[in-house]
Ligand binder design. Structure first.
Ligand SMILES: Cc1cc2nc3c(=O)[nH]c(=O)nc-3n(C[C@H](O)[C@H](O)[C@H](O)COP(=O)(O)OP(=O)(O)OC[C@H]3O[C@@H](n4cnc5c(N)ncnc54)[C@H](O)[C@@H]3O)c2cc1C
Length: 221
């Protein structure tokens, strides 16, 4: 942040946009510097407008940053991000944030676009030994499911209160966490998503006996 309290922003040209589900996109643009998986960028289309924050959803060896976003219908930025054409200008910050992830047998918990930092961690090889509890409504809401399944195998658990599909837990991810026997007490839990998700999961884990300092959260507000 500079003296005016604003995050410094740098001009870049956006490269590709890909629709991966209805209203959900990935956007790539040149990577300007190193970052740690779990960090984010502030992004805007115009320096005069307040930027929005996006977790980096790509590995830090790639030439490009990738972000994953969904369109907020009344939103200021995301409907316009979805309309970008290759070569259009973006303004981005330097990577920042401290939702780093660890090297232990951690559990990752995410819903919606909250999966983004875990995609970055997956792509740099940090998924080894991890368990991912992934919440979504429809099959198409489990963004990057194939990549997670390939590496995590049975430790990739999808939860949906709407779907009735083999291999998907029929219930919200909070129900899964509430009912699972032998919830580990000696690992870290990384949660990413809406404030409601983070509060619900954190309260539930604490009630089940997980120490507060083992719960690390990134809230998308
Ligand atoms: C640390 C962090 C990381 C994040 N990472 C991601 C990410 O990886 N991917 C991602 O998709 N998002 C992420 N977000 C959220 C992101 O920063 C934006 O908030 C989001 O994309 C919406 O931006 P927007 O400008 O389109 O919507 P905004 O204009 O900011 O609006 C946000 C919400 O408010 C509603 N709203 C707007 N104006 C009004 C109004 N007048 N009355 C009532 N409701 C209104 C909109 O419908 C929308 O639902 C992150 C947030 C944080 C804090």
């Amino acid at each position: 942040m500079n003296k005016s309290g604003k995050i410094p922003l740098f001009k870049t040209n956006f490269n590709t946009i890909q629709k991966i589900a209805p209203g959900v996109f990935t956007l790539t643009f040149p990577r300007t510097e190193d970052f740690r998986p779990g960090q984010m960028l502030a992004i805007t289309l115009n320096k005069a407008e307040d930027p929005r924050l996006y977790s980096i959803a790509s590995g830090n060896f790639e030439k490009e940053y990738r972000i994953l976003f969904d369109i907020q219908s009344e939103g200021f930025l995301t409907p316009r991000l979805a309309e970008l054409k290759s070569g259009d200008t973006l303004y981005i910050s330097r990577p920042f944030g401290s939702f780093y992830g660890g090297s232990g047998l951690d559990w990752w918990i995410a819903a919606g676009t909250g999966i983004a930092p875990f995609i970055s961690m997956l792509e740099v090889g940090m998924a080894e030994g991890k368990t991912l509890i992934h919440g979504g409504r429809k099959l198409e809401s489990f963004y990057f499911a194939d990549a997670f399944k390939l590496v995590l195998k049975d430790n990739y658990i999808r939860c949906s209160s709407v779907l009735n599909e083999e291999g998907i837990y029929a219930g919200r991810l909070t129900e899964y966490l509430l009912h699972i026997e032998n919830l580990p007490m000696d690992i870290n839990y990384y949660i990413c998503g809406s404030s409601q998700l983070v509060v619900d999961v954190r309260d539930l884990l604490i009630k089940r006996g997980v120490p507060y300092n083992q719960i690390i959260a990134e809230i998308y507000f």
